[in-house]
Design a binder for this molecule. Sequence first.
Ligand code: HEC
Ligand code: HEC
Ligand code: HEC
Ligand code: HEC
Ligand code: HEC
Ligand code: HEC
Ligand code: HEC
Ligand code: HEC
Ligand code: HEC
Length: 326
Amino acid sequence: MKHTLTAVLLIILCLPAASFASSNEDCLACHGKEGSKGYVDPVIYGASVHQAIRCSGCHIDVTAYPHRTEIIKVQCGICHLLGREGAPTAQARQYQLSVHGKAAQAGMSEAPRCQTCHGSHYIFDSKNERSTTSRMKIPALCSQCHPAEFTAYAGSIHGKELLEKNNLAAATCFDCHMEHRISNVNEPQWKLALINECGSCHSTEMDTYKKTYHGKVTKLGYSTVAKCSDCHGSHNILPVFYKESMIATENIQATCKNCHKNATASFAKFYAHPEESNRAKYPILYYTYKFMTLLLIGVFTFFLTHTILWAYRALREKMQSGKGGK
Ligand code: HEC
Ligand code: HEC
Ligand code: HEC
Ligand code: HEC
Ligand code: HEC
Ligand code: HEC
Ligand code: HEC
Ligand code: HEC
Ligand code: HEC
């Protein structure tokens, strides 16, 4: 009897400890109390992408209370690199090879880790407005460590459209730099890939760019000729009618001169985006194209008629001389 009582008592005593290791409720009993140290809002956590993950899935060294004094930093890669529990892996693999990932591996404390951008407990898909990585929040997120680029970007057409007009179609930092693949900006691979990024939003200009000498050479994989950003800039892109724009009438010659040392004003008028069918935008090109086409048709018609008449005459002469019987 005494033994059974002790056994029951022991079981009862062990129960909370046994469930403690597996249940989020137990952790939240302390950490879910508003105002407590290390507060985690149970409602928001319960709606996040990791709602089904145990606290100890990330805090692998914290399975019971009291905690160890030195708690290790959460490594998202334990699931996201290995695909454990069905976690997506592409992003973590790309991140490892990026400038940020390499800097983190080298022990640079300022390098962003997964949680720097995504947060710790309230992680949502970036399409969700609550997400720290939702489109509108990206410039502010990156600006924590790249303030100069942010300031320049905010004054560009893309920055104005996104930040002032809430135009979500405008380019934000990761459209050009590719969030998890961020590479050194001197990398030729990235420079060439960027053309397609610009082109995915500006398809008309992409098509016309491809017709030019520069476009044909980059298509072959050479990054030394002019790419979109060499003429338009990067964080300072502005429409042609802004006098600060690199393609404005007063600056275009200097822009070409970065590479063509002897560029003259007339050389700079070279059509970067030739659209021979657009009379309003390219009147000279339009009429030149029309004139050249008409000239070509005219020349062909003239010579064709000429040849037919010539042949006719030659034939007649031959027949007449045959009749003459000399
Ligand atoms: C009995 C209350 C209690 C329970 C239950 C509890 N914790 Fe804590 N936890 C604390 C307190 C108090 C601190 C602050 C410790 C400190 O700063 O000295 C803390 C700190 C932490 C920290 C941060 C440590 C640091 O280095 O900043 C983590 C992570 C943590 N707890 C995770 C958990 C997890 C996961 C669970 C469930 C397995 C859990 N806790 C259960 C009271 C609790
Ligand atoms: C997706 C991974 C993940 C899960 C799941 C998770 N945490 Fe955390 N937690 C983090 C990260 C990241 C930090 C920030 C410190 C770090 O980078 O290691 C953190 C920090 C903490 C801290 C320290 C105080 C703070 O906010 O910095 C406490 C306490 C804590 N977590 C409790 C919990 C509790 C309780 C649960 C379960 C309800 C939980 N965590 C689930 C990733 C996670
Ligand atoms: C214990 C394993 C585990 C850990 C550790 C973990 N995750 Fe996850 N994560 C998952 C799983 C599983 C999913 C898929 C959830 C779903 O689709 O319902 C997921 C989904 C995500 C998503 C959303 C994917 C999408 O397509 O919407 C993001 C973002 C994310 N995790 C970031 C993180 C970050 C940041 C950390 C570290 C702070 C982390 N994860 C740590 C398992 C984990
Ligand atoms: C420099 C900031 C940054 C870092 C570091 C970062 N991410 Fe992301 N991540 C983003 C952004 C921005 C998006 C949204 C991209 C989009 O909307 O197309 C994203 C999207 C994702 C997604 C797809 C689901 C979603 O929310 O769109 C997953 C999964 C993910 N990240 C996991 C990770 C993991 C795991 C790590 C660490 C190995 C990590 N990320 C590191 C910025 C970052
Ligand atoms: C995610 C889509 C997106 C990407 C990527 C993008 N842009 Fe844009 N861009 C826009 C939007 C939206 C506008 C503003 C609306 C408009 O006028 O077309 C704009 C405006 C512009 C303008 C001013 C056009 C005008 O008519 O006022 C130029 C020039 C421009 N972008 C060049 C570029 C270059 C060069 C790149 C690549 C380095 C690039 N864009 C990448 C979406 C994008
Ligand atoms: C339209 C495309 C585009 C957008 C949007 C964009 N960048 Fe860039 N970024 C570039 C190009 C091109 C370069 C390389 C040329 C240069 O330095 O101007 C670059 C260079 C950089 C560099 C390296 C600077 C250096 O001198 O080494 C950083 C850091 C950077 N960008 C961060 C950002 C941040 C943060 C944002 C958002 C606030 C952003 N970029 C938005 C195209 C873009
Ligand atoms: C927590 C700080 C931090 C955040 C947030 C951050 N970065 Fe970085 N970033 C760095 C550090 C540190 C480096 C330099 C790594 C090195 O020098 O090896 C870097 C390097 C870069 C580079 C390469 C610059 C070059 O010289 O070629 C680009 C581009 C860049 N980051 C873009 C971004 C973008 C875009 C975001 C937002 C999605 C972002 N960063 C968010 C810290 C950060
Ligand atoms: C050789 C320099 C050069 C290159 C390379 C170049 N552009 Fe342009 N772009 C210009 C000039 C000059 C204009 C203004 C005159 C015009 O529309 O032809 C312009 C006009 C534009 C406009 C309309 C801007 C406005 O204010 O109306 C967009 C958008 C644009 N380019 C995008 C691109 C994209 C995307 C690429 C790469 C696929 C690219 N450009 C490559 C020089 C260039
Ligand atoms: C990033 C450097 C760069 C910029 C900026 C640039 N180009 Fe070029 N371009 C080249 C290179 C390299 C070639 C290859 C031929 C050569 O060596 O001259 C070339 C070739 C050309 C050609 C055909 C070959 C020739 O020399 O006649 C024309 C036309 C041309 N560029 C016009 C322009 C105009 C106009 C601008 C300014 C709106 C411009 N480019 C801006 C690098 C550039």
